[in-house]
Design a protein. Structure first.
Length: 237
């Protein structure tokens, strides 16, 4: 892990990790937003709904000033850490709350996953909750059958074939949140939730929400596993 400084955000405490055998970049930033309590208060005024087929919970829109404050430092992150050179486009940005019990997850939600689309998509996950409250964090994985730790578009057919082979050998995965390594996936890194911490990584990295068996599901932003989930794509050209 190496500390990294960003001129546009001197208050950030940022460390860059390279995880697994693929050495994929994961940037961890503490002290991410200037007024995180205001974000939580704002989230408490919003109406959350289910708006994504695979997210295990509910979401609400984030106010525009959130990204305005972060525009300059995030631009530096994308250029220096993720090699963006032609600018960035916003795909989505939502408050998110994990509210779906493990037994109600579908098959896709019960496995580590990737955020599909552009191979260079960057996921930015901002925790407005804390591991000490039982809210866990985010884990990264390696598929054992292929040794893939990331699945860009050209590797997806082999990844899918390996999933099918796993089902043939081990059966369908049980409904539930992924916690530890098993015969199909090996956990290679774990970043705990911390209030006002953000992590940034390429969406093609295999990852999963990591919550414990005693996790208390709540739709109350002041009590639940509240995050801001943002996806950024590079501009081509």
């Amino acid at each position: 892990m190496a500390e990294i400084n960003f001129d546009a955000a001197p208050h950030w405490k940022a460390t860059l990790q390279h995880i697994g055998t693929e050495n994929n970049s994961v940037l961890l930033i503490d002290n991410f937003f200037s007024t995180p309590d205001i974000l939580v208060q704002h989230a408490c005024t919003k109406s959350f709904v289910r708006n994504a087929p695979y997210y295990p919970g509910i979401r609400a829109a984030v106010p525009a000033p959130y990204l305005r404050e972060l525009r300059q430092p995030l631009s530096q992150v994308l250029v220096e850490v993720f090699d963006y050179g032609q600018g960035v486009s916003l795909q989505e940005c939502y408050y998110s709350l994990v509210t779906t019990p493990g037994e109600d997850l579908n098959t896709v939600q019960s496995l580590p996953h990737i955020d599909g689309g552009d191979d260079n998509k960057v996921a930015l996950l901002h925790y407005l909750c804390d591991e000490a409250q039982g809210h866990g964090g985010t884990a990264f994985y390696r598929q054992r059958r292929t040794s893939f730790e990331s699945v860009p578009n050209d590797k997806f057919p082999a990844y899918k074939a390996a999933l099918e082979a796993d089902v043939a050998e081990f059966g369908m995965p049980e409904a539930g949140y992924y916690f530890e390594s098993d015969e199909k996936f090996e956990r290679i890194a774990y970043i705990p939730a911390k209030y006002n911490r953000a992590i940034a990584y390429r969406g093609v990295n295999l990852h999963a929400v990591h919550i414990g068996p005693d996790f208390q599901f709540s739709a109350n932003p002041a009590k639940g596993r509240l995050t801001v989930n943002t996806f950024l794509n590079p501009l081509s050209g």
